[in-house]
Design a protein around this ligand. Structure first.
Ligand code: SF4
Length: 78
């Protein structure tokens, strides 16, 4: 389930990477990511708290994380 305003996609290539899982958990100031036994867990109830800071996008390899703004159809990615 996405949030009302924000959805986050993490690619299959990095989803089970423990290092990325921890980097994302550390990066997001509003706890949208958690490190669940070495895999990336998206904390759905926090999605709409996203402040669009792009720290998660920068913490992950290119194309690994996409933050989708559901209200205008644009995406934060690299
Ligand atoms: S853009 Fe910032 S607030 Fe939003 S999910 Fe990424 S790290 Fe968290």
């Amino acid at each position: 389930m996405p949030g009302l305003f924000i959805d986050v996609e993490v690619s299959d290539e990095v989803r089970d990477d423990p290092e990325i899982a921890q980097k994302l958990a550390d990066a997001c100031p509003v706890d949208i990511y958690a490190n669940k036994r070495g895999s990336v867990d998206i904390v759905e109830e926090n999605l709409d708290e996203c402040i669009l800071c792009e720290l998660c996008v920068q913490a992950a390899p290119p194309a690994a994380v996409r933050v989708k703004k559901l209200y205008d159809g644009t995406v934060l990615e690299r």
